[in-house]
Write a protein that binds this ligand. Structure first.
Ligand code: PEP
Ligand code: MN
Length: 275
């Protein structure tokens, strides 16, 4: 069965997701930054200050973490949501956080400005439907073994509930390569733009798993037409409770954001004149 509501054939004009303080898909570049998992109030108050002065548009942070091992840190739960709300209060910036289970959707939607459906849940169809019903903007990450067609069908579940605030997020797929945690599929960015009217952002943190590769792949994503980038940042990455190896140091974020903005401006004017 063909996808309808998500397809470019159905709607040719790009959909813009409006978050009041920023818009995703209108030709601007959204910068989403934050720790993999929210660890403490002190951490988020410090990072929120950094993000505000760096020009970050949306704060991220996991409160409910989908961890491979049941013995790894699972997130602070509702306490994490309260901390994210405090960071929003401090900065005026919206936040995105992941929902891992239909049982938490009401709670998460009650706090968050954007709901994230993670890679592992991309085909959790009841969760997709509930996220659709929540009416909140949804960042839909690509399943790490999913084709573009499967990804579009997952978005169709959200759209079929009457929710047209969908943002795709390419976060790397599994390949035979082991040096990187995943392989960033840069081609997915222009391909999704051809196939769908919804915006797409890129997450080079999970896409590479290596701090040193996050900047280069963020730039590649911007050059390929990404509407935004999602970056994991930690105040002290070696001590992070999750994903420290791919988390940027604050100083790295401070130099990367202006570089991405310059590149985005250059690529936008190029796109007007070239193919
Ligand atoms: C995340 O963004 O915190 C996350 C778990 O990402 P993914 O679902 O892409 O692995
Ligand atoms: Mn992470």
């Amino acid at each position: 069965m063909d996808n309808i509501l998500t397809s470019r054939r159905y709607k040719n004009e790009c959909t813009v997701v409006d978050l009041k303080t920023c818009r995703i898909g209108d030709g601007s570049l959204a910068i989403i930054a934050g720790p993999c998992a929210v660890e403490s109030m002190d951490q988020m108050i410090y990072l929120a200050g950094l993000f505000k002065k760096t020009g970050v548009s949306i704060i991220r942070g996991g409160a409910y973490k989908p961890r491979t091992s049941p013995y790894s840190f699972q997130g602070l739960g509702e306490e994490g949501l309260r901390i994210l709300a405090a960071a929003r209060e401090q900065t005026g910036l919206p936040f995105v956080t992941e929902v891992t289970d239909v049982r938490y959707i009401e709670k998460v939607a009650g706090y968050a400005d954007i709901i994230q459906i993670g890679s592992r849940n991309m085909q959790n169809f009841s969760l997709l439907r509930e996220a659709g019903k929540s009416g909140k903007p949804v960042i839909l990450k690509r399943g790490f073994s999913s084709t573009l067609e499967e990804w579009l069908s997952a978005a169709e579940y959200i759209a079929a509930e009457g929710n047209n605030k969908i943002i795709f997020c390419e976060r790397g797929i599994r390949t035979f390569e082991g040096y990187t945690r995943n392989t960033m599929d840069i081609s997915a960015i222009p391909a999704i733009k051809e196939l769908s009217h919804f915006p797409i952002i890129a997450d080079p943190s999970h896409g590479t798993g290596r701090r040193s590769l996050v900047g280069p792949l963020a730039k590649a994503a911007v050059a390929a037409g990404s509407d935004g980038v999602m970056l994991e940042v930690h105040e002290n990455p070696p001590r992070a409770l999750s994903d420290g190896a791919q988390s940027l140091y604050p100083s790295e974020l401070e130099s990367l954001v202006p570089a991405l903005q310059v590149l985005h401006a250059a690529c936008s004017s190029l796109r007007k004149t070239a193919v």
